[in-house]
Design a protein around this ligand. Structure first.
Ligand code: ZN
Length: 124
């Protein structure tokens, strides 16, 4: 799903994008010159592989996702939440894919392993 950067105005523009059981739903709104604010919720099922026993399992997710998007190179690298779309096209699928990969790259146990060994869950 792609949205032209210049089509996003001051009024929140709703979007919804689904990929492999995960849905990213929210709004895009112009926040400043060359800046668009993305406010959304990431919700659905994600398939993960247990880091302990290697078993595939699914996990329900629901977490807020707020990002700043820019269509120019950001000199201010301190803001790590800025995603650059230098061709002027906001690729929602790419954002959703990145979030999915981020979730998958985190350390996680399947429910059975989780029960046998207490780990700290990060709640959103
Ligand atoms: Zn396991």
């Amino acid at each position: 799903m792609k949205i032209q950067f210049e089509k996003v105005g001051a009024a929140p523009k709703p979007f919804e994008c689904t990929l492999e059981g995960l849905t990213l739903e929210g709004t895009l709104k112009k926040s400043a010159h060359h800046r668009v604010a993305l406010l959304s919720t990431l919700e659905g099922e994600i398939s993960l592989v247990c880091d302990r026993c290697g078993k595939h399992y699914t996990k329900m997710l629901k977490s807020p996702l707020a990002l700043t998007l820019s269509d120019e190179m950001c000199k201010d690298k301190e803001d790590l939440d800025i995603i650059e779309f230098l061709d002027g096209v906001i690729d929602i699928t790419y954002i959703l894919e990145s979030e999915m990969n981020l979730q998958k790259s985190m350390y996680h146990y399947c429910p059975e392993c989780d029960e046998s060994e207490e780990i700290l869950e990060i709640e959103f």
